[in-house]
Design a binder for this molecule. Structure first.
Ligand code: ADP
Ligand code: MG
Length: 227
C-alpha cells in the first residue's frame, strides 16, 4: 500500500509540474503568435507565407504541449450520458475535410441505435480524431477509411478501419508508448493519449493489422449495467 501511495504522489507531482511548465511556456508562445500575426499583416505578400508557416508550427508545438499535458495529468473528467453516434457525427466534418485534402474516401456505418454511455464528449472527439488521422496518415490517395459503431451485448464499439500500410509485428507492442512514432513529423503522443482517454472511460482498445493490407482499431466501451 505504501508503495502505491508513493507512486500516486509521484504521479500527481509530475502532473502538477507538467501543468505549471506548460502554462509558463504557453504564455510567451501566445505573445509571440500575436506579434507575428501583426507583423504578418503588415508585410509584403511574399513574406506572408513565411509568417503563416511559423504560426502553423507554433500551433503545432502548442498542440503537442496540450497532448502532453492531458497525458501527464490523467485528470478526472466530467462525463455525461451521451450517444457515441452523436459525438461521432460532430467530428465527421473535420475528418471529411481532412480526407478530402488527401484524396481519400470516408465511409460511415453507424449502428442505428447505440446504447447511451457516460462519456466526456471533448475527450471522445479527440479519441476519434486521433484514430482517424492515424488511419489517413497510413494510406495513400486511394485510401478508404471506414468508421463504424456497433451495439453489442455488453459493449458499444467504435471501429476505425483503414486499408493503409499496416503495422508490422515488432512495432505492435510499442504503439502506446509515449513518443513512439515512425513518422518524420509525428509526435508519438496520439495513441498514448487515446489509451489514457479509453482507460478513463472503462474501455479497451484492440489493434488488428496486416502489413500491406491495413489496420482495424477497435475501441470497446462497457455498457453501464454490465460494468
Ligand atoms: P504519431 O501519429 O504522431 O506517429 P501515434 O501515437 O498516433 O503517433 O502513433 C504511433 C505510431 O503507430 C505511428 O507512428 C505509426 O507507426 C503507428 N500507427 C498508428 N496507427 C496506425 C495505422 N492506422 N496504420 C499504421 N500505423 C499506425
Ligand atoms: Mg497519431
Amino acid at each position: 500500500l505504501k508503495e502505491e501511495v508513493d507512486r500516486m504522489e509521484r504521479l500527481s507531482l509530475v502532473g502538477q509540474m507538467a501543468a505549471s511548465i506548460t502554462h509558463e511556456i504557453r504564455n510567451p508562445m501566445a505573445v509571440i503568435r500575436g506579434f507575428l500575426q501583426l507583423l504578418g499583416e503588415r508585410s509584403p505578400s511574399e513574406q506572408q507565407t513565411y509568417f503563416r508557416i511559423v504560426m502553423e508550427e507554433l500551433d503545432r508545438a502548442n498542440g503537442i504541449i496540450n497532448d502532453f499535458l492531458s497525458l501527464a495529468q490523467n485528470r478526472i473528467v466530467q462525463k455525461e450520458y451521451g450517444s457515441l453516434n452523436e459525438i461521432l457525427q460532430e467530428v465527421l466534418p473535420l475528418i471529411w475535410a481532412d480526407a478530402n485534402m488527401r484524396g481519400q474516401i470516408v465511409e460511415l456505418r453507424m449502428c442505428e441505435q447505440v446504447e447511451k454511455l457516460e462519456l466526456n464528449s471533448k475527450e471522445i472527439k479527440q479519441l476519434i480524431l486521433n484514430l482517424a488521422r492515424n488511419g489517413m496518415e497510413a494510406m495513400d490517395d486511394k485510401g478508404l477509411l471506414r468508421i463504424e459503431t456497433l451495439d453489442l451485448a455488453d459493449t458499444v464499439q467504435l471501429r476505425i478501419i483503414d486499408n493503409g500500410v499496416g503495422i508490422p509485428e515488432e512495432k505492435r507492442e510499442r504503439l502506446f508508448e509515449p513518443f513512439f512514432t515512425t513518422k518524420t513529423n509525428g509526435t508519438g503522443l496520439g495513441l498514448s493519449l487515446c489509451l489514457s482517454i479509453i482507460e478513463r472511460h472503462n474501455g479497451k482498445i484492440q489493434v488488428e493489422s496486416l502489413v500491406g493490407e491495413g489496420t482495424t482499431i477497435i475501441v470497446s466501451f462497457c455498457k453501464p449495467e454490465k460494468a
